[in-house]
Write a protein that binds this ligand. Structure first.
Ligand code: SAM
Length: 337
C-alpha cells in the first residue's frame, strides 16, 4: 500500500506504513528530508552546470525528482536513478512520471551500475549503514571536479560504541567522549579520502555535518598525486582518536551560500562554525561542573570570548558545545568571571 506525500516541490508515492524500517517494500524515511534538502541546496550553491548526476541507491527516487523540480534547468544535464530492489525501480518510474520528470532508471547492484556508467559529476551514496561497499566504484566513476556525497548511518561504529568495528571498517579508533561525533565525521572523511587516494583523486570536504542518526559529507574531487599527498598530510590523531581528518570540514563560502539560500537555523549555525578552523570544541557544562561554576548563557560566553580577541561560535555537534581558538585555561578564566 502506498500513499502520496509532498516533499519540497515533489509529489511522491511512498509506503503507507508508519514504521520506518529496511523491511518497507520501498525505503522512504521522512526524517531524511533535511538530508535531501541540503543536497538540493549544495547543487544550487556550487557553480557546476550541466551535471551528470547518479543516485545509485535511489529508494523512491525522491531525491532525484527534487533535483529535477527544484534546481534551475541549467544544473542537471542527465540523471540516473538506480536501486537493486525491483519494487523500488517501479516506484521510481511512477514518481518520475507523476512529476513530469525524466531520468534513466535502472535495477542493478549499485557497484555494477556505477562501474558500467561512463562517469558522473555528482554521485550520492545514501546507503543503509556504512557507505564502504560503494566507495571504490563511486570514486572510480567520479569526474574531475565532481562532487561525491556520502551518508553514513552506522553512528554507533563511528562514534565510539563499537571501537573494534570502527577499526575493522574505518581503520581508525573512535572516541566515546564529548567530541565523539566530530571525531566520527573526521574518521569517515579520512576513510573516503584513502579510497580516493588509491585512484589518484584528492577528495576535499566542501560541507559536512552530523544530525539525528547520521553523518553526511560532500567532497570535491581533484585529480593529481601531489594533491592527494597534501591531503593525506592532514591525517593524524586527535587525542586518542584517529587517525582522522584534521583539515577543515567545510568550504566557508559554500556554507555561507547554503545558509543564505535556506534560512534554516541549523545551517546558519554550521555557517558560523566554519569561521573557526580548529579541531574539537569545549563542552561548557562539563568544564563548569569540573570547576564548580554556574553555567552562563551560551550567547554571553561567545560574546565574552570574542571580546578577548578570540573566535567563538556554537557547534552543531552538541548543544553544550562551544567551538573556539581560545586555550582552556583562558576559557575557564572567562567562565569564572
Ligand atoms: C537508505 S535507502 C536510500 C534512500 C534514498 N536515497 C532517499 O533519499 O530516499 C537505501 C536504498 O538502497 C537500496 N540498496 C541496498 N543495497 C543495494 C545495492 N547493493 N545496490 C543497489 N541498491 C541497493 C535499497 O533497496 C534502498 O532503497
Amino acid at each position: 500500500m502506498y500513499k502520496e506525500i509532498i516533499e519540497g516541490k515533489a509529489k511522491i508515492k511512498v509506503p503507507a506504513e508508519e514504521k520506518i524500517s529496511k523491511e518497507l517494500p520501498v525505503f522512504y524515511n521522512p526524517v531524511m528530508e533535511f538530508n535531501r534538502t541540503v543536497s538540493v541546496l549544495m547543487l544550487k550553491a556550487v557553480a557546476n552546470r550541466n551535471i551528470q548526476a547518479a543516485l545509485p541507491l535511489g529508494g523512491t527516487g525522491v531525491r532525484g525528482v527534487r533535483f529535477l523540480k527544484e534546481l534551475p534547468k541549467s544544473k542537471i544535464k542527465g540523471l540516473w536513478i538506480n536501486d537493486s530492489d525491483k519494487e523500488a525501480m517501479k516506484i521510481i518510474k511512477k514518481n518520475l512520471r507523476m512529476n513530469d520528470t525524466k531520468a534513466e532508471v535502472s535495477n542493478k547492484d549499485a557497484n555494477l551500475f556505477l562501474l558500467r556508467g561512463s562517469g558522473f559529476d555528482y554521485i550520492d551514496i545514501d546507503p543503509f549503514g556504512s557507505p564502504n561497499p560503494f566507495l571504490d566504484s563511486a570514486v572510480k566513476r567520479l569526474s574531475r571536479r565532481g562532487i561525491l556525497a556520502v551518508t553514513a548511518t552506522d553512528t554507533g561504529c563511528l562514534a565510539g560504541s563499537f571501537p573494534k568495528a570502527c577499526l575493522r571498517k574505518y581503520w581508525s579508533m573512535p572516541s566515546k567522549d564529548d567530541t565523539m561525533h566530530e571525531n566520527g565525521l573526521r574518521i569517515l572523511i579520512r576513510k573516503v579520502q584513502l579510497i580516493g587516494a588509491e585512484h589518484g583523486k584528492a577528495l576535499t570536504p566542501m560541507y559536512s555535518y552530523f544530525k539525528d542518526h547520521y553523518f553526511r559529507v560532500f567532497f570535491r574531487c581533484e585529480k593529481g598525486k601531489q594533491k592527494v599527498d597534501k591531503l593525506i598530510e592532514k591525517h593524524g590523531m586527535f587525542g586518542d582518536a584517529g587517525p582522522l581528518w584534521l583539515g577543515e570540514l567545510w568550504d566557508k563560502k559554500i556554507a555561507a551560500k547554503i545558509a543564505k539560500l535556506s534560512k534554516d537555523k541549523f545551517l546558519k549555525m554550521v555557517a558560523e562554525e566554519t569561521k573557526i578552523p580548529v579541531v574539537g570544541f569545549y563542552d561548557v557544562h562539563k568544564i563548569c561542573k569540573k570547576n564548580k561554576l554556574s553555567v552562563k548563557k551560551k550567547e554571553e560566553i561567545v560574546a565574552d570570548v570574542r571580546k578577548k580577541g578570540y573566535k567563538a561560535a556554537e557547534t552543531h555537534f552538541a548543544v553544550q558545545g562551544l567551538r573556539s581558538d581560545i586555550g582552556l585555561d583562558e576559557f575557564v578564566k572567562i567562565l569564572k568571571k
